[in-house]
Design a protein around this ligand. Structure first.
Ligand code: NDP
Length: 329
């Protein structure tokens, strides 16, 4: 069994030397547990926050222990009457080849409906985050102009398409670089693309949305949030989903926050863990969108447990389009 440990807390951008590949014995399941051979690991930006030793909504990663995170795997040994050997499960003990998981903490999935790794992306908390942001936190109404940052990433590439399904009249996405901009329009259902690396955001947003925006899904924070507040129409809604521009190093907050009261904006944060009950309504819809081809998804796949730290570093630098995953042999 090989697993990835955090061995030092990154200062600013993480380095490969902050991680170590460690060999251990394959663990033994106890009563009520299953042994899972992991096949797919989810790579997620929030993990950066857990690498700092600070109190937050989720505890920091301890040093010298395996990281964790969402994963898909196959049950190879079972000491639970609820989950048989051969079942495919989603659970939270990723970043290792073999995991002993409490049966109660594993969800059996049907990998014949859709590829199993979709349960880490469109059918996982990634897809649910996009859906929740645009239906609960900053609900999209018929005819709205919607702006989404991180638009070519896991959440953003799904969110643009969901905004359209919810009745948005125009959907604008921001991502880094001309290639991603092309993909936003060609594949991810966006009407207009902003390359935040190419020029000032307020001017680009004014051009893409001359009459302003009604809804903003913020994956980035910092200058993106400031530009969105500036472009918002009175009564606009902003879902504060992520702030990746400040995960390695703090970035200044929006300098125009006063506009939130003059325009009576609604800025609302969210943690997807508070909305897991929505899986029940979301999953059947998402499965039908995937089946009828009206939801297009993409994955960036890195091979091998030894490459998982590199995949995480690449995610923070924007090397992914769609969901960043590690596939284990
Ligand atoms: P992504 O697939 O979007 O990957 C991260 C992307 O962030 C990169 O591809 C990169 O794209 C972009 N990025 C990196 N640095 C910057 C920067 N300085 N400015 C602008 N963009 C940057 O990840 P996810 O879809 O998994 O997550 C997206 C956001 O949603 C994150 O902030 C995450 O923390 C948050 N999130 C929050 C949840 C919640 O419960 N609130 C749940 C899930 C995710 P590019 O090439 O365009 O720069």
């Amino acid at each position: 069994n090989r697993e990835i440990h955090l061995v030092s807390r990154p200062a600013g951008e993480p380095a490969l030397s902050d991680f170590k590949l460690v060999e251990t014995a394959i663990p033994e399941p106890g009563e009520g547990q299953v042994l899972v051979r992991n096949t797919w690991l989810s790579v997620d930006p929030y993990m950066r926050g857990r690498m700092d030793d600070v109190e937050s909504y989720i505890p920091p990663f301890p040093l010298g222990a395996a990281l964790d995170g969402s994963a898909v795997g196959e049950v190879v040994e079972s000491r639970s009457a609820d989950i048989p050997v051969g079942a495919t499960v989603v659970h939270f003990l990723g970043w290792r080849e073999y995991a002993v998981v409490d049966a109660a903490a594993a969800t059996v999935i049907d990998p014949t409906l859709v590829p199993a790794q979709a349960f880490l992306g469109a059918l996982g908390t990634t897809g649910l985050t996009a859906y929740t942001a645009l239906t609960q936190v900053a609900p999209v109404k018929e005819g709205d102009v919607v702006f989404i940052s991180g638009a070519a990433g896991a959440v953003g590439s799904i969110a643009g398409q969901i905004a359209r399904k919810l009745g948005a009249s125009r959907v604008i996405g921001s991502a880094g670089g001309p290639e991603k901009g092309k993909r936003l329009i060609a594949d991810f259902g966006y009407d207009a693309a902003i390359d935040y690396k190419a020029g000032a955001l307020p001017a680009q947003l004014a051009e893409a949305a001359p009459e302003g925006i009604d809804v903003y899904l913020d994956n980035v924070g910092g200058s993106h949030l400031e530009a969105a507040i500036g472009a918002a129409r009175p009564g606009g809604r902003i879902a504060l989903v992520g702030a990746i521009s400040g995960y390695n190093e703090p970035v200044p907050g929006p300098g125009n926050l006063f506009q939130a009261y003059t325009k009576e904006l609604n800025l609302r944060g969210m943690l997807i863990t508070s909305y897991l009950h929505l899986f029940g309504e979301y999953i059947p819809q998402a499965i039908s969108w995937l089946a009828d081809g009206s939801l297009y998804t993409e994955e960036t796949v890195i091979e091998g447990i030894d490459q998982a730290p590199a995949a995480f570093l690449a995610l923070l630098r924007g090397a992914n389009t769609g969901k960043m995953l590690v596939r284990l042999a």
